[in-house]
Design a protein around this ligand. Structure first.
Ligand code: G3P
Length: 219
């Protein structure tokens, strides 16, 4: 399963990239707005840091405008994947852009049947939002599981990207569900390292080693 960082923050991306396990980045208009730089500039800067799929989202909501915005985003860098919301106009844009060979990540997906629409339109990636479904008392991971099953059953090549990941169990469950990608904030990626027995074990190893050498030196 690929790990993407879900952020537009360059410092977080640099930190993640240094770990050597980041395969791509997903952004959304909220993340871009937070950084205060125009979309094109920020996406180009991200592409300079990460050699992998970089999702950049359109802000138009009418198909012809989404299509021209999508084309412009795709021209920024060959690694750009155009992100389109799962609305009626969006699906028209997905079909048009995919037919031109532009890779599209369909976002704001909350049901398996919405995911079918995206696959039928030729989406490269579908992004079900797990955490936001849980926020309203629904089972987000069941949606991921069902989408993976549906796509396998019907042979759709669309990749399943588990989004809105809030903690390590989401990453584990997404991997077990067969998601191809999980996108997560740096905070969640960092949490995956944590275990008290790892810290305790390392402290003991180092203490034993130091003691042995100190004793050897003294003796
Ligand atoms: O980028 C889309 C999604 O991952 C956002 O997650 O945590 O704002 O629900 P969140």
């Amino acid at each position: 399963m690929k790990f993407f960082l879900d952020t537009a923050n360059l410092q977080d991306i640099r930190t993640g990239v240094e770990m050597g396990i980041v395969d791509g980045v997903t952004t959304n208009p909220t993340y871009i707005a937070r950084e205060g730089r125009p979309m094109e500039e920020q996406i180009r800067a991200i592409c300079d840091l990460v050699d992998g799929d970089i999702s950049a989202e359109v802000v138009a909501t009418i198909a012809p405008e989404m299509i021209s915005e999508g084309r412009a985003l795709a021209r920024i860098h060959p690694n750009v994947v155009v992100k389109i919301p799962l609305i009626r106009e969006g699906i028209k844009a997905v079909k048009a852009l995919s037919s031109e060979g532009i890779r599209v990540n369909v976002t704001l997906c909350f049901t398996p049947t919405q995911a079918l629409l995206a696959a039928k339109a030729g989406a490269y990636i579908i992004s079900p939002f797990v955490g936001r479904l849980e926020d309203i008392g629904s089972n987000g991971m069941d949606v991921v599981r069902d989408i993976v099953k549906l796509y396998n059953l019907h042979g759709y090549p669309t990749k399943v990207l588990a989004a809105s990941m809030r903690g390590p169990m989401h990453i584990f469950d997404a991997a077990m569900a067969g998601a191809h990608i999980a996108t997560m904030p740096l905070k969640v990626l960092d949490m995956l390292f944590n275990h008290p027995l790892t810290d305790k074990g390392l402290a003991m190893f180092l203490a034993d080693y130091q003691k042995a050498f100190q004793e050897a030196t003294v003796g």
